[in-house]
Design a protein around this ligand. Sequence first.
Ligand code: CU
Length: 222
Amino acid sequence: MTSGPSGPRPRPGVQEPGADRWRPAARLTAATAAVAALAAGCGSGPLPSATRTPPALELQTFDFGGDFELPAHTGRIFRLADVRGRAVLLFFGYTYCPDICPTTLQTMAEVEKLLGPEKQRLQTVFVSVDPERDTLPRLKEYVEHFGINAVAVTAPPAQLDPIVKQYAAYYEKQPSDSAMGYLVDHTSRLYLIDPRGRIRYLFRYGDEAKAIAAGVGQVLAE
Ligand SMILES: [Cu+2]
């Protein structure tokens, strides 16, 4: 069971753009906090499986997000409406990202492992906010590297920006001294979208695979 509030929670329409950028693991959800607490008290051997199950997420239905279509790494157009009946985990990022994106994709691989056969009903969507460098062939190579059921999509700003806005997301180029030329500051949250296409939960960067997999299971069980 969860025990009381655990800091600010996402609410429809009140999230400021970029408010969740670079948020360290301090802002854990109730679910992951509970998992962390259990893990901390677990010094010798696993706990009985019943006590290791993360508490259910408090799913909401957000009033933003919704259908969109963008060119995908597959060479086809990806339409969110085409994956009705599946849970979707969607996030914004870019392949040159030094930390958030590779970590998130690794977490997705863990989520798939935890889901087992049910992973067939999960679609990960990686929306690149760096169309200048993230060509579709580059996106293909990048997502295939992680060996998960992910589709990578992007488009020039005129087509991309309305979708970024639709998802109350954010991105901004940042100059950098690195050889790569520039970084892209971006929304780090992970959108849990249910089989009907509605955003039901916003995971934060650092949330554990276990909590994310549990959330996916919840929307699939509805
Ligand atoms: Cu990133």
